[in-house]
Design a protein around this ligand. Structure first.
Ligand code: ADP
Ligand code: ADP
Length: 223
């Protein structure tokens, strides 16, 4: 069974723009899929629909067999700008992903400390978001997404705002986290190199009219 099924997915905005036009794609359980394509080709629209943040005009999408729901946010999404709550310390931001999951407090504290250490923020649990660099904030956002071990993760250019060196470092960290706890990932990026390095398959979208042009398996093992 596909972890994510996208069937005849079409999105027309009220402005008249067709952002997705009859897109079809199955993503297997545990697969890491990267979506690339020129600006405006519909990548973010597709991800927002999968994450339950927007609805399709026609067709449907199923995540783990059900209609997408925004209820799992923010434990299942990482966007370009780290959406850390500025009024919460870094550790509290990461722990927030456990809200309403009913996990015992001691477990939460252990898992938060563990995942922060994994992304190199072991000493920053009590820091405030504004005290962190852009790369550190993104690492905290990635830690928050992984800490609850969700089966599916949506990432929209999570490292897009960062410089090349930081981006490569974060991609490596993401890979380490993913290997420790493989999950279905849909990862939107402008970087074809990043896509090929990280993903099992690269989905190439074409600018007009928001269609999937090619789905390319990546035969190389991950570094
Ligand atoms: P990408 O992520 O590939 O850059 P988007 O999904 O953001 O593409 O956008 C696809 C198309 O839909 C673009 O033409 C964009 O301008 C348009 N679009 C995106 N969001 C909206 C919106 N909320 N309202 C109207 N048009 C939108
Ligand atoms: P991306 O390329 O990552 O999709 P954008 O800058 O295109 O980022 O879009 C950022 C936000 O602006 C999104 O929430 C999108 O829905 C909205 N947006 C994009 N294009 C349009 C548009 N033509 N009209 C209204 N909103 C838009």
């Amino acid at each position: 069974v596909a972890s994510i099924a996208i069937e005849h997915l079409t999105k027309r905005y009220p402005s008249g723009t067709t952002a997705l036009d009859d897109a079809n794609l199955d993503i297997a359980d545990g697969e890491f899929v990267a979506i690339v394509g020129p600006s405006g080709c519909g990548k973010s629209t597709l991800l927002r629909i999968l994450a339950g943040l927007d609805t399709a005009t026609e067709g449907h999408a199923a995540v783990e067999g059900a209609a997408p729901a925004a209820s799992a946010l923010p434990s299942a999404t990482v966007f370009q700008e780290a959406s850390l709550f500025p009024w919460m310390r870094v550790g509290e931001n990461v722990a927030f992903a456990f809200d309403s999951l009913g996990v015992p407090r001691a477990d939460i504290q252990r898992r938060v400390a563990d995942v922060l250490a994994l992304v190199g923020l072991g000493d920053y649990a009590r820091a405030w978001p504004h005290e962190l660099s852009g790369g550190m904030k993104q690492r905290a956002a990635v830690a928050r997404a992984f800490v609850t071990d969700p089966p599916v993760l949506f990432m929209d250019e999570p490292f897009g705002a960062l410089d090349e060196q930081t981006r490569v470092g974060l991609a490596n960290e993401l890979m380490r986290l993913w290997e420790r706890s493989p999950k279905t990932v849909v990862f939107v990026t402008h970087g074809i190199e990043e896509a090929v390095t990280l993903a099992d398959r690269v989905v190439v979208m074409s600018a007009r009219p928001g269609t999937i042009k090619a789905v390319i398996p990546v035969p190389f093992p991950r570094p």
